[in-house]
Structure formats: C-alpha cells, structure tokens
Design a protein around this ligand. Structure first.
Ligand code: MN
Length: 228
C-alpha cells in the first residue's frame, strides 16, 4: 500500500451559518467588477471580458481571527467583496442554470499588497504575490441559499475602526453572479468547494497594524478581522 510521505495539509474550511464546515477547494477572484473602483484604479470601466486571479485555499481567515500584516509591502489594502460558494461543479455552465450551482454566499475581504500589484502591472508580471499571500482572504460565515436567496442587490459596506470606508450596492457589479459563473466555467471546470470573490466597489485604501475591519452585506452576513 502506498502512503503519503508527509502528512497531508489540513483542509481549509469556512463555517456555515447553522452548523457545519464548507471545505474550500480553490479561490477565484474577479478583477475590476465595479465601475467606480475601476475608475479609482485609473482604468476605463467599459464592459470588457471578465478576468480572474486566484488565491490559495489556505489563505482564508475565519471566525473573526486576526490577520498578520504581511511582509514585503507598505501598502496593504482592503477590498470588500461578496463571495459565492459553489456547491455543485460543472463546465460550460449556462447563465440560466448558473445559480443552481451555488451553495451559499459570504462576506469576504480580498486583501491586496497594492504596491506589489502596481509594480507587477507596470512590469507585465503576475499578481500572485500581490493577491495570494498568507491570510489574504478573511471570510465570514457562509449562509446557504435556502436562507439568503440569490442576492442581486443590497448594500455592501466596510468599516475600519468604526469609520465607513467602502459603501456600494451589489447591483452595481459589472458582471453579475450568473454571468461570472458561466464565464469562469468556460475556462475551468468548477467544483464543489470553490469560492468566487466577485470584486470590490470603490473606496479601497490602506490599513495598518491594529486596524479592525468589519464588513457587511445585506442579506448575506458579515466579515471581521484585525490586522496585527
Ligand atoms: Mn478584489
């Protein structure tokens, strides 16, 4: 019998409202999905094809735990986002059928080393170290579709130390949830356990050690972490 030569890594998992753990397989993230955020980043929000980057599954931070300020940056930014939890896999999923693949939703933070991202953009290099670092994906509890429905609108907001930083509405997403699932499933086979971070609205800004981040999405839930 063949056995592992090292202990396998533990499964990353997100608590589900009401009990249980959602095992995370992969984390996909949508870039530039709110027009005002595209503008604040110096871009043109003309509806272009969506693009994606990823984070490792073990980048999640759950249960309101602290997130360490990462090395290699002096410009760590918050990006408050709606997270889609995939419950049923598929490839070339039709928009009309896309929501049947969703297990639930959560509030999440796409933490970003903005200085490394800017340097990568300028040099035409990958974003991995700007986006996929350790503890770069704080996430709140997942609420199941039976409770939340499929949120197409509603306030998405983030407070830092109690002060409003980001506030927008899910309805302002350039690519909505069915469109995003359909498009992404044309590039990779989605599987149960995948998470999709759907992009951030405007108001992204730097955080420092000691800051407390609290984000809420109407009808979905909240995410909290402290930078240490
Ligand atoms: Mn983002």
């Amino acid at each position: 019998m063949t056995s592992y030569v090292l202990p396998p890594a533990p499964v990353s998992a997100v608590p589900v409202v009401g009990g249980g753990l959602f095992p995370v397989r992969r984390i996909f993230c949508v870039g530039r999905n709110y027009a005002e955020h595209v503008r604040e980043m110096g871009g043109d929000p003309t509806r272009e094809e969506p693009f994606f980057f990823t984070k490792p599954a073990d980048a999640i931070v759950t249960g309101g735990a602290d997130a360490p300020y990462p090395p290699g940056t002096s410009d760590l930014h918050h990006e408050m986002e709606l997270v889609v939890a995939i419950g049923k896999g598929g490839v070339d999923i039709a928009e009309a059928n896309a929501l049947n693949h969703v297990f639930g939703y959560a509030a999440g933070l796409d933490m970003t080393r903005r200085d490394l991202q800017a340097a990568a953009k300028k040099a035409g290099r990958p974003w991995d170290m700007a986006k996929g670092f350790d503890a770069s994906a704080p996430i709140g509890e997942i609420v199941q579709v039976a409770t939340s429905g499929h949120p197409a609108s509603g306030v998405i907001e983030l407070r830092v130390n109690g002060q409003a930083r980001q506030s927008s509405d899910l309805a302002k997403m350039i690519w909505n949830i069915p469109e995003t699932i359909a498009y992404l499933s044309g590039l990779v086979r989605l599987e149960a356990g995948d998470l999709i971070m759907t992009g951030t609205p405007e108001g992204v800004a730097a955080v420092v050690k000691g800051d407390v981040l609290e984000g809420t999405i109407a009808g979905v839930g909240s995410v909290r972490t402290r930078i240490v």
